[in-house]
Design a protein around this ligand. Structure first.
Ligand code: ADP
Ligand code: MG
Length: 312
């Protein structure tokens, strides 16, 4: 018996077109999947039908070869399948497992809307959350459990406060928020993750073109909202009252869960950050009002532990 490559080589060498075709079809008919197909349908298939379906059988075989060789196909992401359609042999294209997985990934990604967030958030997951001995501090475990509980219990109709994750730089607050958002996506829940200091700057820059209002309106309505790194930069009175205040007011009234992460505890945020604006003006009453909303929307958890940014 000739090897496949010998057969193909012969074909390449010319001879007549008909002979080539004949050789080629020999290879096609020898393909195990083609064989199985023809065998499975032997009662419906006549010589004429097979003869008429030759180009389809060839197409099927050829596309498979291209896929195997990693070459461009007629329908990338789809694999050919032989079928009998109205008594005739036909090739249909079905999405490959890889394509379906990629689509699912894409779908999940669309459920996590992020604004100015670091790239690593895409890959964050509960499964990869560091829980080894030296990282399983009481605070990290408590935060992890609370985040898991939140995802498990989330329903749009019943208000559940989010988390206010506090703790030092690099302890994994942002990572845990992102893992929570990715886990919610698997339950078809949409989350918006916002790096708050950058968002504040963006809002200020959008003031002149009037788009700030629109952007705030979009963010405030997200089913789950996560404001990352709140308090990292000094806020202007406008950002505090007309950006943060507006968002939190809406979410409190609509009972929409909201998460926060901050290097400051709630008490520190109120006294040291919200009460003093970037011009040094002290406004404790306004700060208290914002803090009241944050407390309604979330529960504070102190994440202690070492700085993971040093970890390679
Ligand atoms: P924080 O927001 O508290 O400052 P991050 O969430 O940014 O800390 O985490 C610091 C670094 O450690 C990031 O680069 C992040 O990718 C990494 N990291 C944190 N937790 C994990 C984890 N469970 N698994 C993998 N990487 C993590
Ligand atoms: Mg962070």
């Amino acid at each position: 018996m000739q090897s496949l490559s010998q057969t193909i080589q012969k074909m390449m060498q010319g001879k007549s077109l008909a002979a080539n075709m004949h050789q080629m079809m020999k290879v096609v008919y020898a393909d195990p999947e083609v064989k199985t197909f023809l065998n499975q349908h032997r009662h419906q298939l006549t010589k004429e039908i097979i003869q008429r379906g030759r180009s389809k059988l060839y197409e099927f075989y050829h596309e498979k070869q291209l896929i195997r060789a990693g070459k461009a196909t007629v329908a990338p992401g789809y694999s050919p399948q032989l079928e009998l359609v109205a008594g005739q042999i036909d090739v249909t294209y079905v999405p490959t497992k890889q394509l379906l997985e990629r689509r699912q990934q894409e779908h999940l990604r669309q459920l996590v809307n992020s604004i100015n967030m670091p790239k690593f958030i895409r890959r964050a997951s509960f499964d990869d959350y560091y829980m080894d001995d030296q990282n399983a501090t009481a605070g990290r475990v408590a935060a992890f459990n609370a985040a898991n509980e939140f995802v498990k219990n989330y329903t749009p109709n019943h208000f559940q406060p989010g988390l206010y994750l506090t703790g030092s730089f690099g302890v994994g607050k942002t990572y845990l928020l992102a893992a929570t958002a990715n886990s919610l996506a698997k339950r078809e829940v949409a989350t918006t993750l916002v790096h708050f200091p950058s968002f504040a700057v963006e809002m200020k820059n959008s003031l002149h073109d009037g788009s700030a209002g629109e952007k705030i309106a979009a963010v405030k309505k997200s089913p789950v909202l996560m404001l990352d790194d709140i308090g990292a930069d000094a806020m202007s009175t406008w950002v505090r009252d007309d950006v943060l205040g507006i968002i939190l007011e809406y979410r409190m009234q609509e009972e929409l869960p909201t998460f926060f992460s901050s290097n400051f505890s709630m008490a520190e945020l109120e006294k040291q950050h919200l009460a003093i604006n970037n011009q040094g003006v002290v406004e404790p009453v306004k700060a208290a009002r914002i803090m009241e909303r944050i407390k309604f929307l979330s529960r504070e958890i102190l994440m202690n532990g070492k700085n993971l940014r040093q970890k390679g």
